[in-house]
Design a protein around this ligand. Sequence first.
Ligand SMILES: Cc1cc2nc3c(=O)[nH]c(=O)nc-3n(C[C@H](O)[C@H](O)[C@H](O)COP(=O)(O)OP(=O)(O)OC[C@H]3O[C@@H](n4cnc5c(N)ncnc54)[C@H](O)[C@@H]3O)c2cc1C
Length: 422
Amino acid sequence: MKVQRLHCQIVIVGSGPAGLAAAQAASQHCESILVIDDNPRPGGQIWRHGPQHPPTKTAAERFNVLRHPAVRYLSATRIVSAQGPHRLLLEDARHAWQVDFAQLILCCGAQELLLPFPGWTLPGVTGAGGLQALLKNGLQVAGKSLVIAGSGPLLLASAASARQAGARVVRVAEQATATSLLGFASQLWRWPHKLAQALRLVTAAYRCNAHVEQALGEQRLEAVRVRQGRRSEEIPCDYLACGFGLVPNIRLASHLGCRLEHGAVAVDQQQRSSLPQVFAAGECTGIGGSELALIEGQIAGCVATGQEDRAAALIQQRRHWQHFAEQLHKHFELRPEILKLAQADTLLCRCEDVPYAAVAAAADWSTAKLHSRCGMGACQGRICANAAQRLFHWPPAPPRTPLVPARVATLMLDTPAHDTAD
Ligand SMILES: Cc1cc2nc3c(=O)[nH]c(=O)nc-3n(C[C@H](O)[C@H](O)[C@H](O)COP(=O)(O)OP(=O)(O)OC[C@H]3O[C@@H](n4cnc5c(N)ncnc54)[C@H](O)[C@@H]3O)c2cc1C
């Protein structure tokens, strides 16, 4: 296989709100920008689209930057490893690339936090954000009944999308208490657009202080047992979409050696990471929503291209949305009982069929992997590693290379013999 060499000033990883905003800001002062995304289409999570779901007008306008003469966009492209501080090894379905860059802007977004509970691996159970993604990719739910559960504003967004697709949303179970939700709602006047959105999305099926206890069914999901306070109720349904919030995607940052703080990439006022050549923006630096991701992306793109004055003007705006993020964290914090839903035989790692009891006594993630094969299956711990960290308070372990399953021919390029400078 022929390796292609690329040289560019700036590489941006991720084409969600943060990555697109970074590209937009940088394109005004930089002539060679490469945007990489492992998804086949741009937009990240919120602007995800598919054959029957064309991009919204806002998203389509944001995508224009990918046609800017200074920008090259590689979609469906995975990062296999970093080969030193200024080079990445990439591959797509047909090619492998070694990319040399001066600066790197990580806009890797977040992953949904899925926590184990009895029955969570039954067909018909997805994440709440996962349901959003499936609907945009064409999942048919017309006439089906759905329960949505977990925590955070994403539950209401998922419920609205499901209703729009013709589903009956019979329950939205939010684990946060009424006091927490009232506390959150009372602050929303500071973000009028968010207040309007919440009022538009809220539904009569919404319950607070409510969580899933068990997904029931033989071959696939048939019903869900939901607890609200002291009352437990069985709700028949076709789908359960259950997500307990989001966690920053720190895989690549951790592999590069960036400093992490509170489970996210640590950045300074100018979105610089602890490595001089690496910036980070958006939800990989902390969960805060698309508005914050957009501003952070802009700041990173400006600073990376020497537009510090422009960045300074954005820092005040960022504070406004950081306050919003703080409110989210405070009021949607998971209640202790949510971390105790799994039973001894509940699977934690669904790829390798590892039950909760097999890892609960382990000292850390590496020991759990060695003793049980937890996280060593097809998804390489993308789901269970986040769950295990949350359940057992284990520190995140840096990922090993290759970061993704890769062709042998590409892996051959990851040896010193192929580390050829021009
Ligand atoms: C499953 C899910 C569904 C969501 N749905 C909604 C929703 O419907 N509405 C809403 O308001 N918010 C939603 N969110 C929240 C949303 O992610 C944020 O508000 C916002 O999109 C964050 O923007 P971002 O640019 O930081 O990251 P993202 O939008 O997540 O974009 C990150 C991009 O980087 C890519 N990427 C990450 N790592 C790599 C790598 N190593 N190599 C190549 N590409 C990489 C990802 O594939 C992704 O396309 C969802 C979140 C998740 C996790």
